[in-house]
Design a protein around this ligand. Structure first.
Ligand code: MN
Ligand code: MN
Length: 466
């Protein structure tokens, strides 16, 4: 009898599927590698809080590994290590492989380097009641109330009247001042606390405090504004009109930090989607491949992938076509043979908000990078639904290299949803599936991820490039 029970247990173990916690599965050596890899990632996060900075940092990392700039029309040959910069806001880092491009295609990893934040308006500066503010218009899907009463840094560029481009980055150095969006004290917050979440702080209340010191000889009501204008003029050579041609963003001023006594987790601004962009970048930088491999780090995902730097722009298709032409390959055939991992974050199951998840199909923290066969909302609408055949192919790649990974949907079927850049690549006739790191508190000023999932994502990309 006991024998029968034992056999049933063994049969069950052989037939049934369960997710595995990567920390538990990893050897001591591999765990060390996870933690070491996380150090490089945190440095990247701190250096790259905007898409411009992410692009610049990625280029510097590529150069350090012997990659050189590619421009349309340049010749290409097997073994070439290149990067292509698109308007300083997106970058494609790529290696030309030894395999025939027409039959082997490209291996593409696409992720994004923009993140939700609070952008400064074109006519932003005003003074009121002892304070000086910037008006803002937020970028991406944020819970507005989360962005008040925290230290903010200003990042961006100003193009002056004469065309000179000046960069601004204030609030990151410990000696810098920071900026601040105020909130109401609870003592007077009775009405505010009755509001729906989206109305607790409204868009026009997201005004950033930028000064408070009146200039002695200024006109009443404009003295603090004059102090700020004087400072900006001295520091950046700008006058108020130059805000018209500026791109300034307020982002959380705090650096990435380990979270927890065991340091298993990382808290940071902008894990979405740098936690995929950094592994994509480092995989292509670190490992030669027989395949032609591309890490696409793109902009504007958070507002619909539009514009000249978003994934919907023809520039990425043009680049792929230019590569095909340079290698004498037919682009249509190259696309058909190509494969893509659309690498964006997904929601990690959060036990404090269990109601919105369906646990069997939710991403569990530390169980590895997460494949989403489809995204979308309410009946998979707006999703690239990857085929079982392609999912099976990627599954075998991961299996072969011992990658710990999982699959999930964002949340309960009727709870909401989201989309990624996957469909834009799939529209090019490239088999594509979503794969990315589970995140807790996605789109908050400080998001949470697991070091195991970060490293699993990197290992998954390496396996995809094999
Ligand atoms: Mn994302
Ligand atoms: Mn996002």
């Amino acid at each position: 009898m006991a024998d029968k029970k034992q056999r049933a247990k063994e049969r069950f173990e052989a037939l049934a599927y369960d997710k595995k916690n990567y920390f538990e599965e990893a050897s001591k050596k591999e765990r060390k590698e996870m933690y070491a890899y996380a150090e490089g990632y945190k440095a990247f996060l701190n250096a790259a809080k905007t898409e411009r900075e992410a692009c610049e940092t990625a280029v510097a990392m590529a150069q350090a590994k012997g990659f050189t700039e590619y421009r349309f029309g340049d010749p290409l040959a097997a073994g070439d290590k290149k990067y292509f910069i698109n308007r300083g806001k997106s970058v494609v880092v790529f290696r030309i492989g030894t395999n025939d491009l027409e039959t082997d295609g490209m291996r593409i990893i696409a992720s994004h380097i923009d993140a939700p934040r609070v952008d400064i308006k074109q006519n932003p500066l005003y003074e009121d009641s002892g304070l000086c503010f910037f008006k803002t218009h937020y970028y991406g899907g944020i819970k507005k109330y989360q962005w008040t009463a925290i230290p903010l840094a200003l990042h961006g560029v100003v193009v002056l009247k004469d065309g000179t481009r000046v960069e601004m980055k204030v609030g990151e150095d410990p000696k810098d001042p920071v900026f601040y969006i105020d909130d109401l004290l609870p003592h007077l917050g009775a009405d505010q606390m009755l509001q729906k979440g989206g109305k607790i702080i409204e868009g026009e209340q997201l005004n950033v405090v930028v000064g408070g010191l009146p200039c002695a000889d200024g006109e009443a009501g404009k003295r603090i504004k004059l102090t700020v204008l004087d400072y900006l003029n001295k520091e950046y050579g700008m006058c108020e009109e130059d805000f018209l041609s500026a791109e300034l963003s307020a982002v959380p001023a705090y650096p990435a930090r380990d979270v927890g006594f065991d340091r298993a987790l990382i808290g940071a601004y902008g894990h979405d989607d740098r936690v995929c962009a950094y592994p994509a970048l480092t995989a292509v930088l670190d490992e030669p491949s027989e395949h032609t491999v591309l890490a696409m780090l793109v902009d504007k995902e958070e507002i619909g992938s539009e514009g000249t730097t978003g994934m919907q722009c023809k520039v990425y298709e043009d680049l792929m076509e230019e590569i095909a032409i340079a290698l004498g390959a037919n682009f249509r055939r190259v696309r058909f043979a190509s494969k893509c991992l659309s690498s964006d974050v997904t929601a990690a199951y959060d036990p404090n908000f269990a109601g919105v998840y369906e646990k069997m199909n939710a991403a569990i923290l530390s169980c590895g990078t997460c494949m989403s066969k489809f995204t979308g909302s309410r009946g998979k609408s707006g999703s690239n639904d990857a085929s079982a055949e392609f999912v099976g192919e990627v599954r075998r790649m991961f299996e072969k290299e011992g990658v710990i990974w999982q699959t999930a949907e964002l949340g309960k079927v009727d709870a909401g949803g989201g989309g990624t850049v996957a469909k834009f690549l799939a529209n090019l006739n490239i088999d594509t599936v979503d794969l990315g790191v589970p995140v807790i508190s996605m789109h908050a000023p400080y998001e949470l991820i697991s070091k195991a999932d970060l490293y699993s994502n990197y290992k998954a990309f390496l396996a995809f490039m094999k």
